[in-house]
Design a protein around this ligand. Structure first.
Ligand SMILES: O=C(O)[C@H](O)[C@@H](O)[C@H](O)[C@H](O)COP(=O)(O)O
Length: 243
């Protein structure tokens, strides 16, 4: 298991390079196995990358019939609320990619019948023992990952694979998230972080500040950090490996 830090000049480079490498990696995995399980995340860095990915996918060998999409977390809001991570991702990716509905595993929306805890249990059942080929993640300035926040009940040890989150420090307050053990059920973890606001959390995470949820997430084979220079600004010398 190893970590690789990829430093790129700016946020646009991060979107472009990650989209290219992700598409190449999924296509390579599809040549070697029947289906690929890719877990998506929310946030601005990920959404920018999804736009670049859709651009590239249009003229690629990607076989959407053999790609299963999962989510690392979701904002527990009504299905049509633009804040939903799945809506933000699919609206960008589906512009050029025809995903299979049965393979697009969205977390439940707030429907007035079930709360986030009950909806989390449903996703837990759908997920079963699924492991991921690639887990995409952003990181918060506070070191949160998915909807697991430092000093918050979402960060407490659990045997659950999916949990409901209330009183989230990042709006909206109610969410659903994979737990840390589930985030780690991936051969590869790809962190995307851009902007100076993330620099402290990125450096603290890579220096293993265990008070930060992101410091507890690693791919079973590899963990990549795709950073622009602003987000890499506080990294110690040993992480100065250019792309
Ligand atoms: O629901 C969410 O908000 C995301 O899943 C969250 O974990 C996000 O990935 C980070 O907060 C980084 O977001 P930005 O890239 O927008 O800073």
């Amino acid at each position: 298991m190893y970590t690789r830090v990829v430093r790129l000049p700016d946020a646009e480079d991060v979107s472009r390079v990650v989209a290219r490498r992700l598409l190449d990696r999924v296509v390579a995995l599809q040549a070697a196995q029947p289906t690929v399980h890719l877990c998506l995340t929310g946030g601005d860095a990920a959404n920018a990358m999804y736009e670049a990915f859709a651009e590239l996918a249009e003229s690629s060998e990607l076989d959407a019939t053999r790609l299963q999409l999962w989510w690392g977390d979701e904002r527990f809001v009504p299905a049509t609320d633009p804040m939903r991570n799945s809506l933000q991702a699919v609206s960008r990716l589906a512009r050029t990619i025809s995903f299979q509905a049965a393979y697009t595993h969205m977390m439940a929306a707030q429907d007035g019948r079930k709360d986030s805890h009950e909806s989390a249990a449903e996703y837990e059942a759908e997920l079963g023992g699924t492991t991921f080929d690639i887990m995409l993640l952003g990181i918060g300035a506070d070191g949160h990952v998915g909807s697991i926040f430092p000093g918050h009940p979402s960060f407490e040890p659990t045997t659950r694979s999916v949990i409901g989150v209330t009183d989230s420090p990042k709006a909206p307050s109610e969410r659903i998230t994979l737990t840390l053990p589930t985030l780690n059920r991936s051969d590869e973890v790809w962190f995307l972080a851009t902007g100076e606001a993330k620099a402290e959390a990125v450096a603290a995470t890579l220096e293993y500040d265990e008070t930060l949820p992101a410091a507890h997430v690693h791919g079973r084979v590899v963990t990549y950090w795709f950073l622009d220079e602003a987000a890499a600004g506080q990294l110690p010398a040993q992480y100065s490996c250019p792309f």
